[in-house]
Design a protein around this ligand. Sequence first.
Ligand code: DAS
Length: 360
Amino acid sequence: MKTSQHFARLTTVLLCSALFSVAHAEDTAAKLPNVVILATGGTIAGTGATSTTTIGYSAAKLGVDKMIEGVPELKKAANVRGEQVAQIASESMTNEVWLKLAKRVNELLAQKDVDGVVITHGTDTIEETAYFLDLTVKSKKPVVVVGAMRPSTAISADGPINLYNAVLLAGSKDAAGKGVLVALNDQINAGRDVSKVNTSTTDTFKSPDLGFLGFMQDNKPHFYRQPVRKHTADTEFDVSKLEALPQVDIVYGYANMNRVALDANVAAGAKGIVQAGVGDGSMAAQMLPAFREARQKGVIVVRSSRVGAGIVARNGEVNDDKEDFVVSDTLNAQKARILLMLSLTKTSDTKKIQQMFYTY
Ligand code: DAS
């Protein structure tokens, strides 16, 4: 066979294998879910001075594209692309970022070519953002909030595996219809019930008493329970036209407390006050007149608890019927604040608001 024939045959073979690999790649990509990563900052985007720096690092440094580049395995999990919604440590999270995030999630999930959304976030207020989105996302597609307890530069950083698992979860049909999920440390929590319960360990996210919904293992989710309360597309809250949220503050309960903080919040124009009370939302004798005055000024008062688990029930420690107070059921104070803010965009009727605390 002449050299030219050899060359022609080799070129044909190379061309066919190139075409095959392109077709295979396109075929694989077509089979993978499309997941959008919305980045807001936090430790998962954090960097430290050395690989052993696990506190005292800088949160919110890496951009979303750098985070995606840092985990090449994401390409095996989904077709991913990123958007930078904010770049903050989440202790500085604001209502404005929440509204921007909820609107963008809803825009994306309304698109046929988006199968799920991952939100990368600081761990300090993940539980609040997750619940806010649980009440305001208008889709049954998966929404997964993820963070990290160690910066990306640390030995055994948990961010890359948490991000990989979050993208797998957001691309999984099993995660649809379960409300907003929080996934770190191979554990899947419901946005409504999850709380950060340890200041620094990687297993910090728990749902006290109510437990995990399931686990991430072997590249897929394993669910054992699902939320009972209404969420996402089944809620009455629509933030699409909202530019601000009503001011609601929290007053922390403790022995020998005084009314200064409460009075200051009311004077500053709070529309609602949540008490993080001792026990099952108990209200100190010296505080009842102050809360009663706030209610008489039209402020909605919700009794929650600083305890972090269990039900705060009506007419237990306080005659809520007489005082026209609302109780938080199992929502801790920071989550009760979120539901009260959204409730106040719909009504100031305490009976209707109480029903919302029994529904969501
Ligand atoms: N300051 C913390 C935050 O941004 C860092 C983190 O844990 O993500 O919430």
